[in-house]
Design a protein. Structure first.
Length: 357
């Protein structure tokens, strides 16, 4: 009896120490979590290519080749865009905080309403409705915009650090990834079936998220650039802006085409504004976002034989916004993954205990 009691106390102490160790590691690596998560997603998405290269060369050489390829083709271009977009966004934040005049916004609003192709009665109703709450709406939009923009610039201010940590960790994920998974599987108290389900779901979600995000971003950026080119504005700049904004489903494109169309209405170019609305609101934000994105996610999910929680638009939008606020620009990936894996945990609970009810 005494021996069993001592064993029970010893096992309890080991579990407590294990939990404390995990918490300590999470606390220690908190500054690197976003970078490590991005490296992990990239590693999972490109691991099949790593396996093919490692069949021809040594494991270390294959990891070096893959790391260099990913760095040149993805990490450096992404870092370049984030760095310079961060500078522009910082200037925009400073301007919003120091030179935000409600009277000027009100003047632009009046010009837009006058330029809209609507009847006088509707115009008067719209003007009176906005007049009563205009100041509170304007400041609410400003405050929300500043919160989102500051979150996006978090990574841009740590550009060099981001590149070094991401490249360094990516190499070792290629090298030590399988052994790390084996160790986690051995210490996990869950059945091997549940462990495999979790690992497979995370891998499939990573591939689905990365693939769908970049395919949709590329499609929306090209489509919107065509519309911008028609009206004679810088197609490359606005195309890249739309591609980055499209990382946020539904709401992202709105941040680009809506201000641009308002500006065109304000300067007396309603035809060009309507063209921007067609390519931004209809083609990019409606057709591509609401129809093409689910198709891409469904195709990627079916190719890996799993049902993705990313099909739920509400969860994807809210988790993406929450991820941006919490982790900065990399929250575009981290937020949806956390939400989708949480739903997977609920499914596992149903598998484990659903039959007993």
């Amino acid at each position: 009896m005494t021996q069993n009691t001592q064993n029970g106390h010893g096992n309890g102490l080991v579990l407590i120490l294990l939990a404390l160790s995990i918490l300590a590691l999470v606390w220690l690596f908190t500054p690197f979590i976003a970078y490590l998560f991005l490296s992990l997603l990239i590693c999972i998405s490109t691991y099949s290519s790593f396996i093919k290269i490692s069949d021809k060369y040594s494991k270390n050489l294959a990891a070096i080749i893959m790391t260099i390829l990913v760095t040149v083709l993805l990490i450096l271009p992404l870092g370049y865009i984030l760095f310079f977009s961060g500078i522009e966004i910082t200037n925009l934040i400073n301007k919003l905080q120091s030179d935000y005049q409600v009277s000027e916004i009100r003047r632009i609003k009046d010009q837009i309403i006058l330029g809209l192709p609507i009847s006088d009665s509707i115009r008067e109703f719209l003007d009176s409705s906005l007049r009563n709450n205009f100041e509170s709406i304007a400041f609410a939009i400003k405050d929300f915009s500043i919160v989102i923009l500051k979150s996006i610039t978090t990574l841009s201010s740590q550009f060099i650090f981001f590149v070094i940590i991401t490249i360094f960790s990516l190499y070792y994920f290629y090298i030590d990834g399988p052994s790390f998974i084996d160790k986690v599987r051995k210490v996990s108290p869950l059945d091997n079936k549940i462990n495999d389900l979790l690992f497979n779901q995370f891998s499939a979600l990573s591939l689905t998220l990365v693939g769908s995000v970049f395919l949709v971003a590329l499609t929306q950026g090209i489509a919107f650039a065509i519309g911008v080119m028609i009206v004679g504005l810088p197609a490359l700049f606005f195309g890249v802006a739309m591609a980055l904004a499209s990382f946020i489903p539904i709401l992202g494109g709105l941040l680009v085409w809506f201000p641009l169309s308002i500006y065109l209405f304000a300067i007396g170019e309603p035809t060009n504004a309507i063209i921007i609305i067609i390519f931004g609101a209809v083609i990019s934000s409606t057709l591509i976002d609401n129809f093409l994105r689910p198709i891409i996610i469904m195709r990627l999910s079916s190719s890996m034989n799993h049902q993705s929680a990313l099909n739920n638009t509400l969860i994807t939008v809210l988790s993406t916004l929450a991820g941006i606020i919490k982790f900065g620009i990399l929250g575009l990936f981290i937020g949806p993954i956390i939400a989708a894996m949480s739903i997977t945990i609920f499914d596992i609970y149903q598998i484990q205990f659903g039959k007993s009810k």
